[in-house]
Design a protein around this ligand. Sequence first.
Ligand SMILES: Nc1ncnc2c1ncn2[C@@H]1O[C@H](COP(=O)(O)OP(=O)(O)O)[C@@H](O)[C@H]1O
Ligand SMILES: O=c1ccn([C@@H]2O[C@H](COP(=O)(O)O)[C@@H](O)[C@H]2O)c(=O)[nH]1
Length: 210
Amino acid sequence: MQKPIILAISGASGSGKSLFTQNLALKLRQHEREVLVLQEDHYYKAQDHVEMEERVSTNYDHPDAFEHDLLNQQLQELNAGNSIEYPRYCYVTHTRLPDFEVISPAPIIILEGIMLLTQIQLFDQFDIKVFVDTPLDVCLMRRMLRDTQERGRSISSVAKQYEATVKPMYHKFIEPSKTFADLIVPHGGENLLAVDVVSSYLLEGKSKIA
Ligand SMILES: Nc1ncnc2c1ncn2[C@@H]1O[C@H](COP(=O)(O)OP(=O)(O)O)[C@@H](O)[C@H]1O
Ligand SMILES: O=c1ccn([C@@H]2O[C@H](COP(=O)(O)O)[C@@H](O)[C@H]2O)c(=O)[nH]1
């Protein structure tokens, strides 16, 4: 198999990275392209040894919360045509699930996550780096709805975490990483023009933004 094309999609929590990724993957699959979607969130460190009370106050918006070495190693395996043992993460228990998923490479791999463009050691693996740029107040509103509906969170815990870590870490790490992007996509998931532009580029068989 030819070396896969790897896209890194980054941006703030709630910016619309996952929805953008889903829409892009859908479009490519409609054109019969095989696409593998991966999430940096699954590389959050396991916290089985940490008490639940403490897990709640972990800073999940710091690069050190992730096992980026494992991610790097697994991207290299996929690039070499080998399958990986993809970890699985649970936002409710704030730790990894005991099992993993065996995943094979695909010609197009889309990886999305908040810290991807802060990790220069990963850049050799990325063919295209995208930053989803959505105003932080919009991200907060989206996150509030999503996390209370899908991630077992209360409104007050989302608000508290936003002030304590999400917002300051965005300004410290994520926002400055925008400078490494090849493409900046405003609004996020529903930006269908951006989905069309990126998918057309990939369907034409191009792999790198020069
Ligand atoms: N452009 C958009 N307009 C309205 N809602 C959106 C848009 N993009 C994303 N959302 C919604 O906002 C929430 C957060 O989006 P998501 O893609 O999960 O963000 P991220 O992956 O960046 O954290 C989801 O419920 C999603 O459906
Ligand atoms: O146990 C956890 C792990 C992560 N988070 C929050 O998730 C977001 C990143 O995920 P997105 O899908 O990009 O929103 C990050 O901001 C962490 O604060 C968490 O709350 N608990």
